[in-house]
Design a protein around this ligand. Structure first.
Ligand code: SF4
Length: 312
């Protein structure tokens, strides 16, 4: 098998990690590379395992997304969505199993298969039983909100040939850089292409607009649709609100400029941009401790670290 190469690429979440803390970015995209091999050196293996950890909010958001993807894919493929109770049961079981596996620390042996949460990995980040219960209830309420939303009503009666995508990873080229996107749901209705992004937590208006503009730009290129015929929106499963925003080619230009600036800042810290080679010390720690509260790499970061030899 050909050797895997760590290719440089860009995504909104990659850019957000870099802005929050360049060192965290290094651990996630460079320091963990090759750590899937159990025989990798201990630091690489540890970094790789830590990279799989999620905050409780990321975990619940991803699990709800997976539940919706399953429900919508079933609806698209069979013409009928699973009953709400079936989806709620599946979600409840998944959350309970993940929570148990994470609490037992099984991710240290099977990092890709077993869920790991930073709140279980780091004693100082432990949260109360009440906070966990509120999180589970919020996840179930999100599924309930979806099943009773106008969006679901629309999708339920959508002809099979009007579905476009359900949570599929896609990419497009921007100045020679692969830019990743993942549209939660895309479909045709009333001669427009509709793109919907599900949100389970709080949202930031600027970040949402940037994300939707990026999706719209991708969709416009991917399916050759004029921007005025694309309706992009974010459906908040917590508040049952749909936020839509119209975009024009000018917005694409502004996204283009933001990506170019972000790519340049990331590449500036590399040893060799062509080879995509990086050295840990060249990636500074976050200026404040704020991003550390949700960072998976505290165990190896010099600001908080346990020496790696002490972990062996
Ligand atoms: S613990 Fe803080 S300083 Fe260290 S990598 Fe994470 S966010 Fe950066």
């Amino acid at each position: 098998m050909a050797e895997l190469k760590n290719e440089f690429s860009w995504s909104k979440s990659r850019a957000e990690t870099f802005s929050a803390c360049p060192r965290q970015y290094f651990y996630r995209y460079y320091g963990s590379w090759g750590g899937w091999d159990r025989k990798a050196n201990p630091k690489t293996r540890t970094t790789y395992i830590l990279k799989q950890l999620q905050t409780r909010q990321q975990w619940v958001g991803a699990t709800v997304h997976n539940g919706l993807r399953w429900a919508l894919a079933t609806l698209r493929d069979t013409g009928a969505a699973p009953a709400e109770e079936t989806t709620l049961n599946a979600l409840g079981k998944r959350l309970a199993l993940d929570f148990q596996n994470s609490g037992e620390g099984l991710y240290w042996d099977e990092p890709k298969k077993m869920c790991g949460l930073i709140e279980h990995e780091y004693d100082e980040l432990e949260v109360s039983d009440e906070a966990w219960s509120a999180l589970f209830e919020g996840a179930l309420a999100s599924i309930n909100a979806f099943y009773h939303s106008e969006i679901f009503e629309k999708l339920r009666t959508l002809p099979a040939d009007q579905w476009v995508e359900v949570e599929k990873l896609g990419s497009f080229d921007v100045d020679g850089v692969k830019v990743w996107v993942q549209l939660d749901c895309a479909f045709w209705a009333e001669s427009n292409l509709h793109i919907i992004d599900w949100k389970t937590g709080r949202t930031d208006v600027d970040s949402t607009k940037m994300q939707l503009a990026l999706y719209t730009w991708y969709a416009s290129k991917q399916w050759n649709v004029a921007p005025e015929n694309i309706v992009s929106g974010e459906f908040n499963l917590g508040t049952n609100e749909l936020f839509t925003h119209p975009f024009t080619a000018n917005d694409f230009q502004s996204v283009h400029e933001r990506i170019a600036k972000s790519v340049a800042a990331m590449r500036e810290l590399l040893d060799d941009a062509v080879a995509n080679a990086a050295t840990e010390e060249n990636f500074p720690l976050a200026e404040t401790n704020t991003p550390c509260a949700t960072c998976a790499f505290r165990r190896i970061c010099p600001r908080w670290a346990t020496p790696i030899e002490a972990m062996e």
